[in-house]
Design a protein around this ligand. Structure first.
Ligand SMILES: [Zn+2]
Length: 264
């Protein structure tokens, strides 16, 4: 029987749906508005899962127009405790190549004007984002990638830009010179909002190409970018299917108690 709860959430679209058991769609609304699309509920390896494409069903929402609060709130309302957030990214470093995955452990926020908190008062709440990604989920993602022969990096910093424009060469060189590995437009505030609701969040950055500033790297063709993008989507699907049954149900990690002592 269809049930409207889920334990694990994935911000990903129809590419993931073909291996879900007992799939059914649920239209939701939240105090922050409607999420990007109806949620697809089902099971993988006996675990209940909710899929939500952050860019909308028909990919009509650019990164700066996504209602991140509605998407994350919808997951919370379903009972989700762990979120997997894969996304396509550029690499800022020459040793991180197209086709590699990076399991980020830090972000740098270069977005502006996004609604990035659930705590607008009257109670003042300051949630730590020192380590914004779930350590348990990160290590399971990395181990699973290894088992599947996917080249993955166990740590990395993603710089999140506002978009929809790409970086100038100077911006990109600046980000690279800081030692940051990955550039993307959707990781913030998505991962932080999950922390505000005490959900675990794990990013998987799928490297599609090198950003404009990466030194010593030849520019790639559009055809090449599309080919890598498609290959990455196949690989991340396998990774997520293998990783979900391996996730522990208990959560001794700090994510689960992020609000303790956060209100003043
Ligand atoms: Zn956690």
């Amino acid at each position: 029987m269809a049930h409207h709860t889920a334990e694990i959430g994935v911000f990903g679209g129809s590419g993931f749906y073909d291996c879900i058991d007992d799939p059914h769609e649920l239209k939701m609304n939240t105090p922050y508005g409607a999420p990007s699309s109806p949620v697809m509920l089902g099971e993988i390896g006996g675990r209940s899962v909710a899929f939500l494409p952050r860019h909308g069903k028909d990919h009509s929402l650019p990164p700066h127009m996504i209602n991140y609060r509605a998407n994350v709130w919808a997951m919370k309302e379903l009972g989700v405790t762990r979120i997997i957030g894969p996304n396509a990214c550029g690499s800022l470093q020459s040793h991180i190549e197209p086709g590699h995955f990076v399991i980020c452990d830090q972000f740098v926020d270069r977005t502006s004007g996004r609604k990035d908190t659930f705590y607008d008062g009257p109670v003042t709440t300051h949630v730590s984002s020192a380590d914004p990604y779930c350590p348990t989920m990160r290590s399971i993602a990395f181990e699973t990638a290894g088992r599947l022969d996917i080249t993955a990096h166990p740590t990395g910093t993603v710089v999140v830009v506002q978009g929809p424009r790409f970086s100038t060469r100077s911006e990109s060189r600046w980000f690279a010179s800081q030692g940051w590995e990955v550039i993307n437009m959707t990781q913030y505030p998505e991962c932080y909002l999950a922390r505000e609701l005490e959900m675990c969040y794990c990013n998987i950055s799928l490297i599609t190409d090198h950003d404009v500033g990466a030194e010593g790297v030849e520019p790639v063709t559009n055809e090449e970018v599309i080919r890598v993008f498609k290959e990455n989507n196949e690989k991340v699907k396998n990774l997520i299917y293998e990783m979900i049954p391996a996730l522990p149900t208990e959560r001794p990690c700090p994510c689960a108690t992020a609000l303790e002592g956060a209100s003043f």
